[in-house]
Write a protein that binds this ligand. Structure first.
Ligand SMILES: Nc1ncnc2c1ncn2[C@@H]1O[C@H](COP(=O)(O)OP(=O)(O)O)[C@@H](O)[C@H]1O
Ligand SMILES: [Mg+2]
Length: 249
């Protein structure tokens, strides 16, 4: 199964979501591969932190390395196909369709962190993934861009499997607003606004390992429990209360 994490607009939380989703799935015993689909400004490797991979998806597209070579086993327990951090990645590559075939053969659950804009690269990934989840923030510009993306998906016969509302501050109201705009596309989950996501990205340590009782981490674990039909983790209410301040640097 190849799941695409998409958005119409950048900065809504795709990379944070993709990385922490992979870690949460791992905690529920699902092995994952996370693919950085943003070939020019990819940031999955940075979000996961050290050690950084030394082979990249661009090497595959250039025909220089095969899939096994670009698959990096991160010590956090997930496999990563990273995107080059250097400026040389700002180039055009022939995007090989064989990647889809090779990823489909894998036994792991594959998560693609897709590029933000609705351009050629996004269209490429829409043909690679089996399902798309769209991340939105409760702002009009993010919702408008996501609506355009869902139309682009329809054009490629790619159904949007669901929407995640991220950086949520008024869940019920935002849920109603999103339902009004997207009608029949289900809202899969709501992730609260949490300053620790920002800090976790800044230090290159995913929030699930950095502040595991912070609101975002709790929302993510509950979401993945629901999606995998597992029981929600039982957390001591005191840990929930002090969660935002319990951090592991
Ligand atoms: N739930 C959240 N609460 C607060 N900040 C968040 C949340 N999700 C993401 N962020 C922050 O928003 C910024 C963009 O997130 P990122 O995952 O890089 O988005 P994208 O990949 O869509 O561009 C980052 O600074 C990140 O730390
Ligand atoms: Mg990103």
């Amino acid at each position: 199964m190849i799941l695409g994490i998409a958005s119409g607009k950048g900065g809504v939380g795709k990379t944070s979501f993709a990385v922490n989703l992979a870690l949460a799935l791992k905690l529920y015993s699902v092995d994952t591969i996370i693919v950085d689909g943003d070939l020019t400004t990819g940031s999955v490797a940075l979000a996961l932190g050290n050690p950084l991979p030394s082979n990249y998806i661009q090497d595959f597209f250039r025909g220089k390395k095969n899939l096994d070579k670009i698959l990096f086993s991160h010590p956090l327990g997930i496999k990563v196909i990273a995107s080059e951090l250097s400026i040389s990645s700002v180039k055009e590559y022939p995007l090989k369709t064989s990647l889809k075939k090779l990823l489909k053969k894998r036994k792991e659950f594959v998560i693609v962190d897709m590029p933000a804009t609705i351009g050629k690269e996004t269209m490429y990934w829409l043909n690679v993934v089996d399902k798309v989840v769209v991340i939105v923030t409760p702002e009009l510009n993010s919702l408008a861009a996501a609506l355009k993306l869902s139309i682009a998906c329809e054009m490629l016969h790619q159904k949007v499997a669901g929407i995640i509302i991220n950086k949520s501050v008024q869940p019920q109201k935002e849920k109603n607003d999103v339902n009004k705009i997207f009608g029949n596309i289900p809202i899969l989950g709501i992730l609260r606004y949490d300053e620790n996501v920002r800090e976790s990205m800044a230090i290159g340590k995913p929030i699930l390992t950095f502040a595991k009782y912070s609101p975002y981490s709790i929302d993510m674990m509950n979401l993945v429990a629901m999606l995998t039909n597992k029981n929600k983790p039982k957390i001591n209410p005191l840990l929930t209360l002090f969660g935002p301040w319990i951090k592991e640097y």
